[in-house]
Design a protein around this ligand. Structure first.
Ligand SMILES: Nc1ncnc2c1ncn2[C@@H]1O[C@H](COP(=O)(O)OP(=O)(O)OP(=O)(O)O)[C@@H](O)[C@H]1O
Length: 260
């Protein structure tokens, strides 16, 4: 890893948050391997705090999605621990991890993953239904209004534009008061103007309040809107940039290429 470049900041040696910090997620010595191949991810440490927004950038195949999936308990780690509010979710049986994901984690993907047979309100309500919690129309309306969807509640999501559909996906992800929001290429299918609108929603105070947001993206402009950009290469976190301009993110990505 290069640390002597002015455009790169070395990741903290041990970013695990100290006692009393607001770290929601702490990944320690994490690795993920498939079959007999060496690890496609890790080893690395990472702490994610409430109210923070972190972007993961790196070339295709560098491990961004695998990192998100391990942090969210969608993929099991082959080494290390993934602690959510102090509890190691990597050691939980799958059914308990699935329940925790439904209650505490929200997901936003490039392809929206909405159910077009349902209305906007019904899509937003879906996670609550899945964990058999009673409907909460007031909360649905409140979230929809805060994300500019107030007039669309009864429309089918099939009728909406890409930007509106992604807003619905974000509303669905946050309506049940999850603590961590995972977004994998959330703006990958959008034009630049709609992308800026959607990222503004994703990073708005109402979405971030007491919640951590983790975004995997190829878009340096999206990454530069977050507080912290982690450059991933070969499955490892090889640089950390705090509040960088897009040009700095691009330079860090180029530096990684040169060092390969
Ligand atoms: N189920 C799997 N089985 C085997 N290898 C896998 C599996 N999932 C991911 N990988 C490998 O892990 C590595 C990281 O993949 P990952 O999808 O995390 O990269 P990425 O940075 O998100 O890529 P992209 O930007 O193209 O989405 C790749 O080499 C990929 O081939």
């Amino acid at each position: 890893m290069t640390t002597d470049r002015p455009d790169l900041v070395a990741p903290r040696a041990d970013p695990t948050a100290p006692p009393g910090s607001t770290a929601l997620l702490e990944l320690h010595d994490v690795e993920r391997s498939y079959g007999r191949r060496g690890p496609v991810l890790g080893p690395f440490d990472l702490a994610v705090e409430a109210g923070s927004a972190t972007a993961l950038v790196g070339r295709s195949g560098s491990g961004k999605s695998t990192l998100l999936d391990c942090a969210a308990g969608l993929v099991t780690v082959t080494r290390g621990s993934v602690r959510f509010q102090g509890r190691d979710i990597a050691r939980l049986p799958e059914h308990r991890r699935a329940a925790l994901r439904c209650e505490q984690f929200g997901f936003v993907f490039q392809d929206y993953t909405l159910i077009d047979a349902l209305s906007v309100a019904e899509n937003i309500e879906l996670p609550r239904r899945l964990v058999r919690r009673p409907p909460d129309p007031r909360r649905v309306a409140e979230v929809a209004h805060s994300l500019g969807l107030g007039d669309l509640l009864h429309r089918s999501t099939a009728d909406l534009s890409g930007g509106q559909r992604q807003r619905v996906a974000i509303a669905r992800a946050v309506a049940s008061d999850v603590r961590v929001l995972f977004a994998d290429e959330p703006t990958g299918a959008l034009d630049p103007i709609t992308r800026d609108e959607v990222i503004s929603v994703l990073l708005s105070p109402s979405v971030r309040a007491s919640r951590a947001v983790l975004i995997a993206t190829h878009d340096v402009d999206v990454a530069a809107r977050t507080d912290r950009v982690l450059v991933i290469d070969g499955g490892r976190i090889c640089a950390e940039l705090l509040h960088p301009a897009p040009e700095r993110v691009l330079a860090a990505l180029r530096a990684v290429e040169v060092d390969r």
